[in-house]
Structures are given as C-alpha cells and as structure tokens.
Design a protein around this ligand. Structure first.
Ligand code: PPE
Length: 305
C-alpha cells in the first residue's frame, strides 16, 4: 500500500546495523514457509517528546505470537521494548512506524522449522495515513471479500504470523481491483471478521459493537484502546458476532489498527453509510489525543522515547 521510506539503522539480533545491510538469504525458512511473526507499532510526537503507543502490549503480543508457532525468542520483553526505543532514537524520527519481526532464518529446508535459526529484527520508518490521504477525514468505501478470513484451525488470526498475510493480500488486492479502499473478510461461519489489516466496529442506535476474538480476529490493540475510550465516554460497547447486514444497517462503521488508526467507513458493498458519524469522530478525536499524549488518563499507554 505504500513504498518504503528508508531509515538509517535497523536493529538485528541485538545490534544496530545500516539499513542496507539488513538482508537475509533467499533460502531463509520464513521466505518459503511463512515462519515469521511480526508487530506494527506507532510512535507519535507529543508535547513532551516522542512516545510509543502501547509498546509494552505490542511486545507482549509479539512474544505470544512467537510462542504460538513454537519460536522461543532469545530476548526478554524488557529487552525488546528497549531495542525498539533504541532503534527510534538512532534514526532520529519524531514519529514513525515500528516493525519488529522474528523469523526462521537460513539453515533448514522442509516444513519443519525447528533446525532453522531464529532471527529478530526491528525496523522503523515514517508511515503516513495507511488507507490514503483523505481516509481519516472522509472515510473509505469497503467491500465484503470473496475470500474468507483465515480459519482459527488453519492459520489463526490470533497469531500475527507472516503466513496469515497472504490471506490479507488476496483480499486487499481484490478489493482494490473492485474499486474499494479495503476489504472486509467474513470468517468460515459467515460472521464479519476484520479488514485485511484492521479490526472493524459498528455503531447502531448509539451502541458500539465489534466482533469478539472468538470470531477468529487479531486481538487489535487499537481495538482494545478504542473500546476502553468508548466505555470511558459512557457508551455501551458490545463484543458480539456481526453479520454482513449488520454493516449495511449500521449508522456508523469504522476500522481500527495501528497503521489505519481510526478510519471511518462511508460505504459497504456500495450501500452508503454516509459521512463519518458523530460517535466515530468523537472516538477518533479521543484516540489521537490519547496517542499524542494529550489525555492524562491514558498516559500509561505511552512510552517516552
Ligand atoms: N487485524 C489485522 C489483520 C491486522 O493486520 C491489524 C494490524 C489489526 C487487526 C489491528 O491491530 P492493532 O494494530 O493491534 O490495532 N495491522 C498491522 C499491519 C499493517 C500492514 O499492512 O503491515 C498494522 O496496522 O500495523
């Protein structure tokens, strides 16, 4: 969706190395079999310096994804947190996107990854609005994908594995081919799951709803933050299975994600939802205020760089 913007350094296996040297062999296991897990995190500029949004929770999810694919990372949580901060500092960005990745490297062929080494890297680069320049203010059109969400007993959505993102790529390419800004995937049972790289919410009659984790989605940290913000504002927030027509009938629909932040959805399958609604805009405003350190009640979500 975006071309890479190069930075100076990448953290790899414990040290900062020049961006151009962060390469890997073509026979790396992960390249052939998808044996990698990753994270996406954002660092925002705040009034008191740069700060990373929910860094500790992202690194927890990173370790948990790794463990679920039988990869014990050779770094502790605290070391990964510090490595991310060090990578940002060394590159001098006031705001950026952070991409930790752990993968099975060079040294084994065949599907069983266990004899391949575990490599861990953290890259950072500037990444603007994920779904286009007008997306945050005006919203985007989405379409239900003909591809189904990866199944909970195949490549579970709860594991942020590289393998899972072929599914996302297929859905996103199809959506763009059909003129939509993004895809919405239904799970194997036909319930609304998520976007190719976002969680999804509806608002109807003032009630905020989002699919439960058991519908096979990623436990999004933006989703979690927005649910908390909505509850703190006094809204009822339900985690409940949604069907396609729940999206058609909603007063408001929006996506959440680290890259997508809080992106309004203005139509689903060409059924108009309309301009970003009042609750969407209120939550979006509070989300950005929290992420940029303007709300003291959410200060614990930020780690100063
Ligand atoms: N679902 C999926 C499938 C997903 O990839 C993301 C993040 C989310 C939900 C939202 O999770 P969270 O970021 O914790 O709120 N997608 C990441 C990757 C995007 C990419 O294209 O790369 C992201 O937003 O960083």
């Amino acid at each position: 969706m975006a071309d890479i913007v190069e930075a100076k350094y990448i953290w790899k296996n414990g040290t900062l190395i020049p961006w151009a040297e962060a390469t890997t062999h073509v026979l790396s296991h992960a390249l052939h079999y998808g044996t990698a897990v990753f994270e996406g995190i954002r660092c925002y500029q705040t009034e008191t310096g740069s700060a990373v949004f929910r860094l500790r929770d992202h690194m927890k999810r990173f370790l948990s994804s790794a463990r679920m694919i039988n990869m014990e990372l050779p770094y502790r949580h605290e070391e990964l947190v510090e490595a991310a901060l060090e990578t940002i500092r060394s590159n001098g960005f006031a705001s950026c996107y952070i991409r930790p990745i752990a993968y099975r490297g060079y040294g084994a062929v065949g599907v069983n990854p266990r004899s391949a080494p575990i490599d861990v890297a953290i890259a950072v680069w500037p990444w603007d609005a994920y779904l286009g320049d007008t997306a945050l203010a005006e919203g985007i059109a989405v379409g239900i994908s003909s591809w189904r969400q990866r199944s909970v007993n195949a490549t579970p959505g709860a594991i942020k594995s590289s393998a899972s993102y072929l599914n996302s790529g297929l859905a996103n390419m199809e959506a763009q081919d059909h003129g939509y800004g993004e895809a919405v995937l239904l799970n194997e049972l036909g319930y609304v799951a998520e976007g190719s790289g976002e969680n999804i919410f509806t608002v109807r009659d003032g009630i905020v709803a989002t699919p439960p984790l058991s519908d096979g989605i990623l436990a999004g940290l933006t989703r979690d933050s927005v649910m908390q913000i909505a509850r703190d504002l006094g809204y009822t927030v339900l985690e409940k299975s949604l069907v396609r027509t729940d999206l058609y009938q909603a007063d408001e629909v929006f996506f959440t994600g680290t890259a997508a932040e809080l992106t309004p959805i203005n139509s689903v399958d060409h059924r108009a939802i309309g301009k970003p609604g009042p609750i969407t805009l209120k939550l979006q405003g509070r989300f950005f205020a929290a992420a940029t350190g303007r709300l003291s009640e959410y200060a614990e979500w930020l780690d100063v760089v």
